[in-house]
Design a protein around this ligand. Structure first.
Ligand SMILES: [Zn+2]
Length: 477
C-alpha cells in the first residue's frame, strides 16, 4: 500500500506542469510519514564490537517459543511466534538464526519468502510492513542445534549444547540464535513464553516463573510440558534452557521473591550449601538498590565441568562444584545490573561486569569488614597497575570478559564512591537503576545520572577511569 502511494506521488510530480495541477496533486498527498517507500531493514545494528548482531527496522515485544525435545537424540521440533512493531516501513527484514531447518514461515499469517546466509535469516513479507504497526512472524523449524564457537571471546561452545545426562544453553554474547530465531542484540529486549515438552523423567528449568506443568505423551511414551513465563523484558543472551533430572529446592524471601534452585540429583550437600546465603544477599542488595527486579530467582547447576558461572535472567548457571560466595553474589547483583538494566551496546559491558564485580567486593566489606575490603581493593589496584590494564571499554570482542572490564570497571565505581561519600554514591546507583530498570543503556546514561547528582567533577573522574589508557592514581595516594 505504501509502495503504490509513493509511485502515485512521483507520477503526480511528473505531470504537474501547471500550478493548478500541482496544487491538486499536493492536495491529495498523504501525510509525509506515510509517504515513505518501504525500505530494507538493516541486517545489523552497527554494534562496534559485533556489527552484524541484531537487526534494524523493528522492535520485538514478545517471543512465544514451543519446543518438543528428544533429549537422547539432542533434537528439537519448534514453533516460534515473534510479536514485533515495525519502526520503519519495511519491505524486508532480518532475524538472527543459525543452523536448524525451517519448515514454514509466515508474516501476519501469510507465507513469506526467506533466504539464509550464515546466521542471517532474511524475510520478505508478502505485504510490506507499515511503520509503527505491530506484526507477527511465525516459524516452524526442527533439527539438532549446532554449538557456536566465538573465537573472539575465547569461548569454545555457545548456545544450546549437550551436557552429561541432558542439555543446556548458555549464550553470552550471541549464542541464543542456535536454538531460536531472534533479534540478537541486548538493545532489543522482550517478554518471553516458553513451552517445552520433554520425555519423562527429564525436567526443564528456564527463565522466569514455571506457570504450568502438564502430563502429555511423546511417541506414545510419558512426557511433560513445562511452561515458563518471563514477564519482564529480557535480552536474548540471557535466555537459558536447562534439561536434566533435578532436585528442586524452593523457598520464599520475606519480600515475596520465589527462590528455586535446580540441583542435579547427585549434587552433594556441601555444594548446595554454597547458595544458602542467597536470601541474605538479596536483602543486602534490595536495601541499597530497591526491590529485586523479577518474580523469582535461583541457580541451576550444570553436570558439565565448566570454568564459569553466568547470570542468565532469574536462573544463574553454576558449574557442578557450585561457587565461592563472591561468585554467588556476583551473579545475583547482575539481576539488577546487566539483566534489568542491560547494555545498549557490547562496548558498554562494564555496566554489567564492573557493577557486579563491585557488589561482590562490597559483599566482602559486609561479611569480612572494612579492612578486608580495603585490602582487596588495594590488591586489585596493584594487579591492574602491574598488568598495565587499559580502559574498561573493550576495543574488540577479545576484551569483552577481560580484567579491565571487571576490575577497572569496579575500581571506577570505587573511585566515585571515595569522591562522593556513601550516601551520594548509593543514591547515584539507585537513581540510575530506577530510571533504566527494564531497559537498555549506554555509558552516557550512567554519566548523566552522575552529573545530575554529583556534578561535572565527578563525571570527569569517572571518565578518566573509563577512558584514559593509563590507570589513574589510586585515590588518597
Ligand atoms: Zn559477571
Amino acid at each position: 500500500m505504501n509502495l503504490s502511494r509513493g509511485l502515485g506521488l512521483r507520477a503526480c510530480l511528473l505531470v504537474g506542469l501547471s500550478a493548478l495541477l500541482l496544487s491538486a496533486c499536493q492536495f491529495s498527498l498523504p501525510p509525509a510519514a506515510e509517504n515513505e517507500l518501504p525500505q530494507l531493514g538493516a541486517p545489523g545494528l552497527g554494534d562496534r564490537l559485533y556489527p552484524g548482531l541484531g537487526n534494524g527496522g523493528y522492535d520485538v515485544t514478545r517471543y512465544d517459543l514451543s519446543l518438543t525435545v528428544d533429549v537422547e537424540q539432542n533434537s528439537l521440533d519448534a514453533d516460534i511466534r515473534i510479536d514485533a512493531v515495525a519502526t520503519q516501513a519495511l519491505s524486508r527484514f532480518n532475524l538472527d538464526f543459525y543452523g536448524l531447518e525451517i519448515d514454514a514461515l509466515t508474516v501476519n499469517g501469510a507465507e513469506a519468502e526467506y533466504a539464509r546466509a550464515g546466521s542471517e535469516l532474511q524475510i520478505t513479507p508478502a505485504v510490506p510492513l507499515t511503520e509503527s504497526v505491530p506484526f507477527q512472524v511465525q516459524i516452524a523449524y526442527h533439527g539438532t542445534p549446532e554449538p557456536l564457537t566465538d573465537g573472539s571471546v575465547g569461548i569454545d561452545s555457545l548456545g544450546w549444547q549437550t551436557q552429561p545426562g541432558g542439555i543446556y544453553a548458555a549464550s553470552e554474547p550471541n549464542g541464543s540464535m542456535n536454538w531460536y530465531p531472534l533479534n540478537n542484540h541486548p538493545s532489543d529486549k522482550a517478554a518471553y513464553t516458553f513451552s517445552v515438552t520433554v520425555p519423562a523423567p527429564y525436567q526443564v528449568a528456564m527463565n522466569g516463573v514455571l506457570t504450568a506443568q502438564t502430563a502429555t505423551e511423546m511417541d506414545g511414551k510419558a512426557a511433560v510440558t513445562y511452561t515458563w513465563e518471563m514477564a519482564q523484558p529480557m535480552a536474548g543472551y540471557l535466555t537459558t534452557i536447562q534439561i536434566n533430572q533435578y532436585d528442586v529446592e524452593t523457598a520464599e524471601t520475606a519480600a515475596g521473591v520465589d527462590l528455586r534452585n535446580y540441583f542435579p540429583a547427585e549434587t552433594p550437600e556441601s555444594v548446595r550449601d554454597d547458595f544458602d546465603a542467597t536470601e541474605e544477599m538479596l536483602a543486602y542488595l534490595e536495601a541499597r538498590l530497591g526491590p529485586y527486579p523479577f518474580d523469582a530467582y535461583g541457580v541451576v547447576l550444570l553436570t558439565e565441568d565448566v570454568g564459569w558461572a553466568l547470570e542468565t535472567q532469574t536462573l544463574s548457571i553454576f558449574p557442578p562444584r557450585g561457587g565461592p560466595e563472591h561468585t554467588v553474589m556476583h551473579e545475583l547483583a547482575h539481576q539488577w545490573f546487566g539483566n534489568s538494566v542491560s547494555p545498549a551496546t557490547w562496548e558498554d559491558i562494564w555496566l554489567n561486569e564492573g557493577f557486579a564485580s563491585y557488589f561482590h567486593l562490597l559483599w566482602t566489606e559486609e561479611t569480612d569488614g572494612p579492612e578486608a575490603f580495603q585490602t582487596a581493593m588495594t590488591n586489585l589496584y596493584l594487579q591492574l597497575q602491574a598488568t598495565e590494564t587499559g580502559s574498561p571499554i573493550p576495543a574488540d570482542p577479545s576484551e569483552l570478559f577481560g580484567r579491565a572490564v571487571y576490575y577497572r570497571g569496579a575500581w571506577t565505581l570505587h573511585a566515585l564512591r571515595l569522591a562522593t561519600g556513601d550516601e551520594q554514591f548509593f543514591a547515584i546507583l539507585r537513581t540510575y537503576y530506577d530510571r533504566h530498570a527494564g531497559g537498555s543503556v549506554t555509558t552516557a546514561d550512567f554519566l548523566a545520572v552522575v552529573d545530575e547528582l554529583a556534578g561535572a567533577d565527578a563525571v570527569a573522574l569517572v571518565e578518566a577511569w573509563l577512558y584514559d589508557e593509563q590507570l589513574p592514581a589510586m585515590p588518597g595516594e
